[in-house]
Design a protein around this ligand. Structure first.
Ligand code: FAQ
Length: 322
């Protein structure tokens, strides 16, 4: 079939909300955009384990420890579903991982900030997972089926993550003066980086318009950021802590909260690798990759053994040097 006909069929499917499957024809740029977004999303989940993993051994009770451990493990699972979804677009896991480790692929800016107190576990769950949900619920309707399917399960788990974080903050805010101050300090440090998670303003976002046309994105970066602010304001009020933005106020005409200007210099600086923890995060991933080499080798050897039905002396011979 000629390319024009294929493209028309593709466009008609997207317009009719028929999902694109990996074996369907798709424009090269659609494939490229999906590989970029899904792999960076996967990297974010994997790198995103690090700030919270830092607190597992210091959780204040057994219940908190078990919950945090489960949450961090969920993030690993999300990374794996997403790598699998990206692999259906004809890129290997090895290629994606090497792009992460060499610093050529991005991951979310938010994970380059340090976790300084237990209250940060609450702020991450409430704000970071909350922002992730705002961004990812619409991705359950993404036009590319494997991405949409992965997002359904991920969103269910993110919802538990958001609640466990909010509950941590609720306990701190109902606790001593010092505990409430810890919660306020965490909100002060995580608020603006959380707003940055949604990406640059729409007029500075090179990919949004096309991704909306392809129905990969269903809302723009600014639309999602606004929804997030609107949801967070009453939640902060319930906690009794203050969002660190003097310009935050209800706009009756718009039916939304107005909020202050994001520090875009800080955002781009972090995205370019110069945030407070970028180097530490990548170094941790490189170390884990190197130390995990034997696991990958063992898994490959086992797969080879299974594939060739090797047992006993046949197996021994297969691994003897020639
Ligand atoms: N950080 O034109 P746009 C989570 C880059 S998962 C770093 O607007 P697009 C769960 C962007 O890649 C969090 N880079 O791009 C969890 C592009 O650069 P490129 C991750 C950013 O793709 C919780 C350039 O700027 N979520 O939190 C950021 O249309 C707790 C221009 O930007 C996802 O990945 C940023 N914040 O929109 C895990 C969701 N923003 O690629 C553990 C899926 C933008 O050309 C613990 N992704 N950039 O070199 C998306 O929805 C989109 O990719 C956006 C960006 C909205 C992130």
């Amino acid at each position: 079939m000629n390319e024009d006909v294929l493209l028309t069929t593709f466009d008609e499917k997207v317009a009719a909300e028929i999902k694109i499957e990996p074996k369907d024809w798709m424009p090269a740029d659609y494939r490229k955009t999906l590989i970029r977004q899904i792999s960076q999303h996967a990297h974010s989940e994997i790198v995103g384990m690090l700030p919270e993993a830092n607190w597992i051994t210091r959780a204040p009770s057994l219940r908190r420890k078990a919950t945090l451990l489960a949450k961090v493990q969920d993030e690993a699972g999300h990374g794996l579903y997403l790598y699998c979804a990206a692999e259906t677009l004809n890129i290997t896991r090895e290629e994606m991982v090497s792009q992460l480790l060499s610093g050529t692929a991005k991951y979310s800016s938010i994970f380059n900030y340090p976790t300084l107190s237990w209250a940060d576990m609450g702020a991450i769950g409430w704000l970071v997972d909350g922002a992730a949900i705002m961004n990812q619920v619409p991705l359950c309707r993404a036009s590319f089926a494997p991405y949409a399917r992965a997002m359904v399960r991920i969103c269910k788990e993110e919802s538990f993550h958001q609640r466990q974080g909010y509950e941590i903050l609720l306990a701190l805010c109902n606790g001593s003066k010092e505990q409430k101050a810890m919660a306020q300090d965490a909100l002060n440090r995580w608020w603006w980086p959380s707003l940055m998670m949604f990406g640059p303003n729409d007029d500075a976002s090179p990919h949004t318009a096309q991704s909306m046309k392809w129905k990969i994105k269903r809302f723009t970066n600014d639309e999602l950021r606004q929804k997030f602010v609107d949801v967070c304001v009453p939640q902060a009020a319930l906690l009794g802590i203050n969002i660190p933005d003097p310009d935050l106020k209800w706009n009756e005409a718009k039916g939304h909260y107005d909020f202050g200007e994001i520090n875009w210099d800080e955002f781009w600086n972090v995205v370019k690798g110069n945030g407070p923890c970028n180097r530490e995060r990548l170094a941790a991933r490189v170390k884990a990759h190197e130390e995990g080499a034997w696991v990958r080798e063992a898994a490959l050897a086992y797969a080879h053994k299974k594939e060739n039905n090797l047992t006993g002396s046949k197996l021994k011979r297969a691994y003897e040097p020639a």
